[in-house]
Design a protein. Sequence first.
Length: 183
Amino acid sequence: MPSTPRKHALPLDQVRRYLEPGPVVLVSSCHQGERDIMVMGWHTVMEFSPSLIGCVISSANHSHGLIRASGECVINLPTSDQIEAVLGVGSTTGAEIDKFDAFGLTPEDSEQVGAPSIRECYAQFECRLHDDRLADNYDFFIWEVVAARVQLRPRHPQTLHYKGDGVFMQSGEVIRRRRRGLK
């Protein structure tokens, strides 16, 4: 039997570096004419139909107030070639600058919500608040995706995945395994 590599204790505040589930996204919001964009590295699919997404939006984030007041946002999926815009958005506050203008991102009208979509992103998921019972205690929001758009090509874009401390991974090789009954 091959030997198992030895494991070392991991500080608990670093667990997320191994369990972050999905790609980095840019969340755009708007309320009473004020707009913002924030970076989010953690979100989770909670249901397929209706399409429900759960996420934490910290009350320390400027976007939190806009999102809480409007009950809407757009989850925009950037690709790895947009890393500089992602870093810029994540390193600044919308309380001081217009992030669309500062980072060369184009706001475009959404179909179902008042928050703008980001034209340069690969995909856009317009969301309305579905459940905020955990928002007061945990800043946890559950969104229903009410409209979605995605580019046709490439079919599997290179997305960014945040590991913490300024370290990102790109999505890797696509592996297909089709079996009867596999969804």
